[in-house]
Design a protein around this ligand. Structure first.
Ligand code: ACO
Length: 150
């Protein structure tokens, strides 16, 4: 089961940093986001953050599963939970962005119904102080995927 993290509790940066490079980058959205956590035996092992973009669109700004628990289907379940939550809240669209070299993420997001609809050119070059590498490839552009919730 996931639960919404209360606003006054410690932000789980350790998990969020698995999906984003720096605390500064996370701080640009996390304080305006709802943070949902997944716990096992009272230990927080996964997280996602939802930010309202407009009256009809919500964005998954960050999704991360503790490395020891990755590859067991938790990420996929959390994406489905995020989609259900967005629907329940009455949003029409849910979006998620990832790096162009994030092969696993691109696969996973499309598997749960997201479709690529925008490329933010040079996003990771222009918005981060250091080059970021994933799968041995420098991240350059952000791929934004969308799922209609009708
Ligand atoms: N390459 C391709 N596919 C892979 C790989 C890989 N290296 N590893 C796993 N997969 C597949 C799995 O086989 C599974 O597919 P299947 O059901 O067809 O077998 C699918 O990916 C989903 O696997 P899950 O077990 O549900 O994913 P997981 O629990 O590991 O969560 C996540 C995915 C959130 C990306 C996790 O790996 C993670 O925290 N990674 C580090 C942080 C990160 O990159 N977050 C996303 C950044 S973008 C953003 O936050 C908006």
């Amino acid at each position: 089961m996931i639960r919404l993290l209360e606003k006054d509790v410690k932000i789980p940066y350790d998990l969020l940093l698995l999906a984003d490079e720096t605390v500064d980058a996370i701080d640009k959205y996390i304080h305006q986001s709802d943070i949902y956590v997944f716990e096992l035996e009272n230990k927080m092992i996964a997280v996602f953050a939802l930010q309202t973009i407009s009256s009809d669109t919500v964005e998954i700004k960050n999704i991360a599963v503790d490395t020891a628990f990755q590859g067991q289907g938790i990420g996929q379940e959390l994406l489905k939970d995020a989609i259900s939550l967005a629907k329940e809240k009455g949003f029409k669209k849910i979006i998620i962005g990832t790096g162009d070299a994030g092969v696993k993420q691109l696969y996973l997001y499309q598997k749960v119904g997201f479709e690529i609809y925008e490329i933010k050119h040079r996003y990771f070059i222009d918005n981060y102080p250091e080059p970021i590498f994933e799968n041995g490839i420098q991240l350059k552009h952000m791929i934004v995927l969308k799922k209609d919730l009708n």
